[in-house]
Design a protein around this ligand. Structure first.
Ligand SMILES: O=C(O)c1ccccc1N[C@@H]1O[C@H](COP(=O)(O)O)[C@@H](O)[C@H]1O
Length: 218
């Protein structure tokens, strides 16, 4: 199972975290977030750990500038970005990367959806060909980082082909429930979990011991 740790900012905290080999590290480029990255941490991140930029309704130009500047591997679109936006983002990125080097490299695109009991999963259909995977988070007051879980059973209504990550208020106490959830046939499209505020000592500073325990219990 993949583990993404989101909302990282502090270099020392990242250095400790990379020892646990998470699959993805998330950096939030949304200025209204408590985890907004102003100065990108100067720290060695092994290439096996993929860097994900989290954006909310950002312009394509700005997303691509940040991807290029920090050599991000993926973008997580956590606002109201349309399928057309996702498609254009991928096209523009390829066009830019071809100009920079003879080899173009694709970025992975994750589209986040805010889920509640009445979520209409047909909304995800138009994203199937323009994203690499989806992320299901809890619908809340803020775009993300609300620290609240949703009823994971509603995900049985997701019949799409794209894999997804489970997110929203996950804490170390959820490891067993996640294992049980993943063992069900209905959860076969779930490839991992995204953790964030449930592991924080303060915004953007993660409790490494808790993440270690969580990973061991998964
Ligand atoms: O964490 C934030 O501040 C944030 C702000 C805007 C968009 C996304 C954000 N984080 C993402 O929110 C989910 C759930 O986080 P939590 O576990 O409920 O704290 C996670 O995917 C983060 O990537």
């Amino acid at each position: 199972m993949k583990v993404k740790v989101c909302g990282m900012r502090d270099a020392e905290n990242i250095s400790e975290l990379v020892k646990l080999k998470p699959d993805y590290l998330g950096f939030i480029f949304y200025d209204k977030s408590k985890r907004f990255v102003t100065d990108f941490p100067k720290v060695e991140i092994p290439s096996e750990i993929k860097k994900v930029g989290v954006f909310v309704n950002e312009t394509i130009e700005n997303v691509l500038d940040i991807v290029e500047e920090h050599k991000l591997d993926a973008v997580q679109l956590h606002g109201n970005e349309s399928p057309e936006y996702c498609d254009k983002l991928r096209e523009c990125h390829l066009e830019r990367s071809r100009k920079i080097s003879s080899e173009s490299y694709p970025i992975k695109i994750l589209k986040a959806f805010s889920v509640d009991d009445n979520f209409d999963f047909s909304k995800t259909e138009a994203y199937q060909n323009v994203c690499n995977f989806l992320l299901f988070d809890t619908k809340g007051k803020e775009y993300g980082g609300n620290g609240v879980k949703f009823n994971w059973e509603v995900l049985d209504n997701y019949k799409g082909a794209l894999p997804y990550m489970l997110s929203g208020g996950i804490t170390k106490n959820d490891a067993q429930a996640i294992v049980s959830f993943l063992h069900r046939q209905e959860s076969k499209k779930c490839i991992g979990v995204d953790i964030n505020s449930g592991f924080e000592m303060e915004p953007a500073l993660k409790n490494i011991a808790n993440i270690k325990e969580f990973k061991q219990n998964l």
